[in-house]
Each structure stands twice: as C-alpha cells, then as structure tokens.
Design a protein around this ligand. Structure first.
Ligand code: 4NP
Length: 164
C-alpha cells in the first residue's frame, strides 16, 4: 500500500498531569516516527484535570529543547473515554496511570490498545517512568533518556509491523 492509501497510525501518550512526561513522549515519538518514515499521529493526555490547557512544565520544555525538540506548542488535556475509539494505541507512563485510565475509559476500555511505555525497552524489567514533577530539575534528563529509549523500541516494533 502506498502512503496515500495507508491508514495513519495513531498513538496517545498518557501520564497523570500531561505536563511533564507525556508531552516529552509525544514530542520524542513524533520525531522518531518522522525519522523512520512512518506516517503517524501522536498526541498526549493526562488522567488528571488540574492542568487542562497548560503548556508543558518549563523543565520538560527545557530538556526537550536541549535535545533539539520543541514541545512548547502542546497544551494539556484530560484522557477521554472515547480516546479508545479514536487511537490505535494508548501508551501509559506508569502502572498507576494505566489503572486510572481504565477507570476513566469505563466501557470504552480496550486492553489490546493499552500498554506501558517501558514495555518497549528490550530486556528491561522497568515498568514505570518516574514522575519528575515533585523533584527538581535533576529528574528531567533521566526521565527524558528513559522515554527516549522506550520510544526507540516502540518505533522498532512499529517498523517491523509496518513492513509485514
Ligand atoms: P506528569 O507529572 O504526570 O508527568 O505530567 C505531574 C504533573 C502534575 C501533577 C502530578 C504529576 N500534579 O499533581 O499536579
């Protein structure tokens, strides 16, 4: 199938506030999909409602910028039950986010669309991207690295799928 007729893969990255981790995952994944030549739509959302309409946290913007990614145009939104209709994959930053996402989704929950981001790091037992919100700047480069490694793995999984 050529790129004009191929369905665009859609991915939603989810954390708690949608201002620290999932905006990074959105920005990194967009860049990696583009670099891999995979057509895709990537968005992010939070399970919480505190930061709806806010820009990403200044430290997330800063670490992204240091790595050549601009996430400043993103605005936080809350996960909606119908996101499970509209997205192919809903990728949670930690197990708590997944549990909360399941409650929000209710009857719209689809286990086959839901996954943990860190499941995409090969040969790793890590499951949760640590929440850097309550710590200082130091947490952000570490979180960036972890998200980047997982997005790399996810793109590889998707590339293998696309080329079948
Ligand atoms: P995030 O971090 O889930 O990575 O966006 C958080 C941001 C805000 C809050 C918690 C976590 N908060 O409680 O406001």
């Amino acid at each position: 199938m050529d790129n004009n007729t191929k369905k665009k893969l859609s991915i939603l990255m989810v954390c708690l506030g949608n201002i620290c981790r999932s905006p990074l995952a959105e920005g990194i994944m967009k860049q990696k999909l583009h670099a891999a030549g995979i057509l895709g739509k990537v968005d992010s959302a939070g399970t919480g409602n505190w930061h709806i309409g806010s820009s990403p946290h200044p430290d997330s913007q800063k670490v992204a910028k240091l790595n050549g990614i601009n996430i400043s145009d993103q605005r936080a939104r809350q996960l909606q039950p119908t996101d499970f209709i509209h997205y192919d994959l809903i990728v949670f930053m930690d197990r708590e986010n997944k549990k909360d996402g399941k409650k929000i989704a209710g009857i719209y929950w689809q286990e086959n669309k839901a996954r943990l981001l860190l499941d995409s790091i090969p040969n790793s037992n890590l499951q949760d991207v640590p929440d850097p919100y309550f710590g200082g700047w130091d947490g952000y480069p570490k979180v960036y690295q972890l998200i980047e490694e997982a997005c790399e793995g996810l793109v590889e999984e998707l590339s293998a799928f696309e080329s079948r």
